[in-house]
Design a protein around this ligand. Structure first.
Ligand SMILES: [Zn+2]
Ligand SMILES: [Zn+2]
Length: 86
């Protein structure tokens, strides 16, 4: 099961779930695809958000929690993740 990650557009700051992002084949690289913001139509300017509910910090850390599910979190929540494991 793939989790619907949240991404924040760097240009208009709107947060979109991954399934709502615009996708198109990259005309310069057949193996790649371009990701676009559904709100302002900017391309390739996304920050992955911390997976902790309600947190709007960018995800800079990650690790498996007590349930074994890998999560991406911000620095603030990295400790929370480690505590959840212990
Ligand atoms: Zn945008
Ligand atoms: Zn966080």
């Amino acid at each position: 099961m793939t989790k619907d990650r949240k991404w924040r557009c760097e240009f208009c700051l709107v947060v979109s779930v991954e399934s709502k992002l615009l996708r198109a084949p990259n005309p310069f690289d057949a193996d790649d695809e371009l990701i676009g913001c559904p709100s302002c139509k900017s391309v390739e300017g996304f920050i992955e958000l911390c997976e902790i509910e309600g947190c709007l910090n960018g995800a800079t850390c990650g690790g498996p929690g007590s349930d074994g599910v890998y999560r991406r979190t911000c620095g603030d929540h990295a400790d929370w993740l480690r505590k959840a494991v212990a």
